[in-house]
Design a protein around this ligand. Sequence first.
Ligand code: NIG
Ligand code: ZN
Length: 418
Amino acid sequence: MKLLIKNIKELLQIREQHVDKLAGEQMKTLPKLENAYLIVKDEDIIDYGPMADLPQNVVFDQIIDATGKTVLPSWVDSHTHIVYAGNRELEFVDRINGLSYEEIFNRGGGILNSAKKLQETSEEDLYNQSKKRLEEIIQLGTGAVEIKSGYGLTLESELKMLRVIKKLKENYPIEIRATFLGAHAFPAEYKENHQGYIDLMINEMIPAIAKEKLADFIDAFLETGYFSPEETEKIIQVGKEYGMVAKVHVNQFTAIGGIKTCVENNALSVDHLEIVTDEDIAILKDSKTMPVALPTCSFFISIPYTPARKMIDAGLPLALASDSNPGTTPSGNMNFVVSTACIKMKMTPEEAINAATINGAYAMGVERDYGSITKGKKASLIITKPLNSFYELPYAFGSNLIDQVILKGKTQLFKQNN
Ligand SMILES: N=CN[C@@H](CCC(=O)O)C(=O)O
Ligand SMILES: [Zn+2]
């Protein structure tokens, strides 16, 4: 199966040589080709170039004319919780009426509210609720996504979540990686017995999950009132013994030394980072750990934005992800994430697109196959509607500027979600 996309007004994020990630100044450049073609064979990008060099006498099975349109690699969303049951719109109204995220959690809401709902939901129902969200993000241009457990908080329900993620992975062309987030919150019955829940995770959950090969990564909510740096360290070290790489929620509300713990334990990414100290920046500077910002979480619950300017100007890399979840970000729209990063965090469109493609791919370990227009990478692409320039993507926030989504070489069309 050979597909030609021709007359592309702007072909973005072309990288002839493989890059793992981009940091500091490098993020300012988004290489592009104007009036270009791109050729796909089966699942892969095999060629691209200026229209003047389009190979002649080649027979294509499908031709897309992208006159006036921009083509870019699909978004890579390295941090989501899109598998969940029900939603939390009542807490949304509680927050409007003055309660904080912390106050809602302390009343038994928040993560524990979602856990209760999920424990009462069958695996089949959970799959059906979650697949609608997955189809929605595919239509919004996401081509690779990380999905976390963490609303189960019992052996049975964590397995249920991870099996749903596995089934989504089997049934959809979007690239999926799974993360075990048993350490999302202490269940009420373990409030005064942290060690008991940690023992449950270490002795039962992690071995069972590893046995079924259900998780690539391990995560914890390292935060005041949730998991301490020491508790997190223990959990991620055991995860590592079972082949799970750490990706950690840290510094969402407070800086308690969590970034240091994560970097020392070779975390692939540290995510949230709404509160970042100068010491944290220095620790991240010479590490392989990718900082990940989640600006639509800041938008939704009115907390500070990750200081992206300060971090990038200090030479750090930065990835952007949606954090799609029922409590703090009920949206998996990466287009809005990119807009919010530009509008609220003063990232340039070039920086934001780099952060949502190649750096996102690094943050979920798929940078060999996703995140840039490079020969041999997966043909997972966004074709926009006609645009003046790609700057319109973050500028026209709230508009859907996507005309077509191609995942692994195939156009994606879903029936309207109902
Ligand atoms: N902060 C921790 N976890 C999620 C939110 C969980 C929830 O409120 O359901 C997050 O990344 O924002
Ligand atoms: Zn999260």
